[in-house]
Design a protein around this ligand. Structure first.
Ligand code: ACO
Length: 324
């Protein structure tokens, strides 16, 4: 028995913020953002639009594509670092909105790797008896973005992507998943306050500690190394070489990171799914949005070999190899 992705979906808030809009907020330029990151614009949630609202839309589209009814779901996993509340889990809000009456529901926190980590949990559950699991990556990064910090505010965007993972016999499905972490590097990307170490307070707000901080340059170097390493590990585990890949769907953080990774792997650029120019970095939503766009654009066909590659806070890095 294998776990197969039977449907994908995605959703992005209506409002688009361009690089030119950011020029009005911080000392930056469209040229700097495009050259250093590859990003042109990003979607930003409306006031009052929360993580579960985005997740429900993406989830509905994935269920429709898979032809699976909400009541047939065994589990809903929401990968996010920007859930509606510290508790309850955002997945429970999604479960109620979808009417997934017999589904277990919980969130998974692995920052930008959240979707691939959640996919691997779904894979394990489906191979051991569950029939349908809905995996969603959903983020409202704008809620933890410091709009006065040019080092970070130009990078992130909001959105959600989802996939239905179903039990299937035959050769198609998730071939392997690979999950890694290194907590020694936890301070490279962090939201310092709002958790139990430094609960919300006037001091926290005054010092803007509720917002994401990132050591971008150091993160960049580790990202390139980790994405290359885990891609090689994934191919070796399946006794394949890079030529066998039909499409690489990486975490969309920075165009220069992806150029460096593809050069090191010897992967032609046309085999990389890219949409970061239109979304920026949407953390756990990034890979499922890109995957959904690839599927709907016909870049993924029955039998295609697809690799997902993620990297993010924790640090965490992860991959999945899928025979579509
Ligand atoms: N506009 C103009 N100038 C800027 C901006 C900006 N928006 N941001 C930084 N600069 C300046 C810096 O102040 C610096 O100026 P200085 O030389 O006078 O000090 C200069 O540009 C170069 O800064 P660097 O940080 O060295 O720039 P770099 O080329 O590394 O690009 C970036 C920065 C885009 C953040 C890059 O390092 C990056 O993408 N890092 C990885 C991000 C990532 O992958 N994160 C992982 C996922 S996030 C998650 O898990 C939630």
């Amino acid at each position: 028995m294998r776990a197969r992705i039977t449907g994908t979906g995605s959703y992005a808030p209506a409002r688009i913020m361009t690089n030119a809009d950011l020029e009005g907020l911080v000392a930056t330029s469209d040229e700097w953002i495009r050259e250093r990151t590859g990003i042109r614009e990003r979607h930003i949630a409306a006031t009052g639009e929360a993580c579960s609202d985005l997740a429900v839309q993406a989830g509905k589209r994935a269920l429709a594509a898979a032809g699976v009814a909400p009541a047939d779901l065994d589990m809903i996993l929401v990968a996010t670092c920007t859930g509606d509340y510290p508790l309850p889990a955002t997945a429970c809000l999604v479960q109620y909105q979808l009417g997934a009456t017999k589904a277990a529901a919980c969130d998974l926190a692995a920052a930008c790797c959240g979707f691939v980590y959640a996919l691997s949990v779904a894979d394990a559950y489906v191979r051991t008896g569950m029939k349908h699991v809905l995996v969603i990556g959903s983020e409202v990064m704008s809620a933890i973005t410091d709009w006065t910090d040019r080092n970070t505010c130009v990078l992130f965007g909001d959105g959600a992507g989802a996939a239905v993972i179903s039990a299937s016999d035959g050769e198609r499905g998730i071939l392997s998943t690979h999950l890694r972490s290194d907590g020694a590097l936890c301070d490279l990307i962090a939201v310092p306050a709002g958790g139990s170490r430094q609960p919300a307070s006037e001091k926290v707000v005054g010092e803007r500690l509720q917002y994401i901080k990132m050591k971008g340059n150091e993160t960049f170097k580790v990202a390139v190394r980790s994405l290359e390493e885990i891609a090689r590990e994934t191919l070796a585990a399946n006794q394949l070489t890079i030529d066998a890949l039909d499409l690489y769907v990486p975490h969309q953080a920075n165009m220069r990171i992806l150029n460096a990774v593809s050069d090191r792997l010897g992967l032609p650029k046309e085999k990389i799914m890219l949409n970061l120019d239109r979304y920026g970095n949407t953390s756990a939503a990034s890979i499922p949005i890109a995957l959904d766009e690839a599927v709907r654009a016909g870049r993924v066909k029955d039998g295609s070999l697809v690799m997902l590659g993620a990297f993010g806070a924790g640090l965490t890095w992860a991959s999945a190899l899928i025979r579509w």
